[in-house]
Ligand binder design. Structure first.
Ligand code: SF4
Ligand code: SF4
Length: 373
């Protein structure tokens, strides 16, 4: 019979930073919260994740008796600075599609359980942060993220992995609490560029840049383009500014080789000009929330980020995309981005966009020229 000690040793042997245990009781308070905030979270169901159902572990595994939570830090090595400026770090070493890193270690741990007669399920819709808190693995921050008691020097660069199992284990003491120091003047809330974080420690997910970058509908509204800044996919701003993360951010870490190898493929000029084959072979396997038919959103985000760099080196790429891209949302964003950079060449490219076949592009070009006056 496997003991908790055996599982703890196996978790560490498989490279996890921490492990905790909780019961398979339903997450009733979380369910009530979700039910009361369906306007904000209901859209997740259309992505194939029924969050309300996920609050009952026995709907995932009818024989469930416990939840084992493994703690993974996705920021064990550092990322190229230029990538950190445009992408959320958790997406720069994400193997959910390629299954060549973390997935292998989760499988090894589950194989160990199976070998000892324990059935496990690894659901995507169980409230994993709340499960981690119930298993005593850390506390919450006002940015709604989970701060580990051990990994990343007690920082938030972690991913709790929840396994529902059909064997009972003594639950650990819960740590469901906010762990922010009283002296922090809500740096995360103040720093959130799109005001997604609320003073009461909750978030409006549809205002978060992460959501907006991969699920936002249509042409990004003008008032969001500057606040979304340089981010193309995800956002780490509320974690970057958090003093609870300062110890890990000051650590001298080796470079993540996988992320370093992606740097060239993720150059903004390449992303703006990419075709389907490029996207499907070099981008989508790592960042897969947008399917091929939504490549336009990738490019629109890239054009907006280029504009926000205010770097004239992007004028040529933006002008080319503005003149020839098939999607009017991309062409429209190039007009805005060119104006954000400014200068004679940018103005000339915007003048051409005034003649575009699509009204939305002509309007953006007019507004861009007005802004340049
Ligand atoms: S990830 Fe960015 S946009 Fe989202 S809450 Fe944090 S700071 Fe705001
Ligand atoms: S910035 Fe301050 S309030 Fe926000 S999560 Fe960090 S410690 Fe908490």
């Amino acid at each position: 019979m496997l003991s908790k000690k055996d599982l703890i040793e196996n978790a560490y042997a498989n490279g996890f930073a921490d492990i905790g245990f909780t019961t398979a009781e339903p997450f009733d308070r979380h369910r009530q919260f979700l039910a009361a905030h369906q306007k904000e979270y209901g859209w997740v169901k259309s992505m194939g994740l029924d969050l309300l159902q996920g609050t009952d572990p026995r709907s995932i595994l009818p024989e469930a008796q416990a939840i084992i939570v493994l703690m993974e830090s996705y920021y064990q090595k550092t990322f190229p600075k230029v990538l950190e400026g445009h992408f959320g770090r958790c997406y720069l070493d994400d193997d959910r599609f390629t299954r060549d890193g973390l997935a292998l270690r989760i499988t090894a741990f589950r194989d160990y359980l199976r070998k000892h007669g324990i059935q496990s399920k690894f659901p995507g819709h169980l409230p994993h942060r709340m499960a981690a808190a119930r298993a005593g693995l850390g506390t919450f921050g006002k940015n709604c993220l989970f701060y580990s008691r051990k990994a990343a020097r007690q920082g938030s660069w972690v991913l709790p992995i929840t396994l529902v199992v059909d064997r009972a284990f003594e639950p650990d003491a819960p740590s469901i609490a906010n762990g922010c120091p009283a002296w922090c003047r809500n740096a995360c809330i103040a720093a959130c560029p799109t005001r997604a974080l609320r003073a009461d420690g909750t978030i409006e997910p549809r205002k978060c840049i992460s959501y907006l970058s991969y699920y936002g509908e249509g042409l990004t509204p003008r008032e969001l383009r500057e606040p979304m800044g340089l981010y193309i996919y995800g956002c780490d701003r509320c974690q970057n500014v958090c003093p609870r993360n300062a110890p890990w951010m000051a650590a001298d870490l080796p470079v993540n080789p996988k992320a370093a190898a992606m740097q060239e493929d993720l150059r903004l000029e390449r992303l703006l000009a990419m075709d389907t084959a490029y996207f499907e072979s070099r981008v989508h396997p790592r960042m897969f929330y947008m399917p091929t038919e939504q490549m336009w959103r990738w490019k629109m985000n890239v054009a907006r980020a280029m504009g926000n760099t205010r770097d004239p080196k992007y004028i040529e790429a933006l002008s080319t995309a503005g003149a020839g891209h098939a999607d009017e949302r991309v062409r429209a964003m190039t007009a805005w981005a060119l104006a954000r950079i400014g200068g004679t060449d940018a103005r000339a490219a915007i003048e051409k966009l005034r003649q575009d076949a699509a009204a939305v592009v002509r309007e953006e070009a007019e507004a861009a020229l007005d802004g340049l006056k």
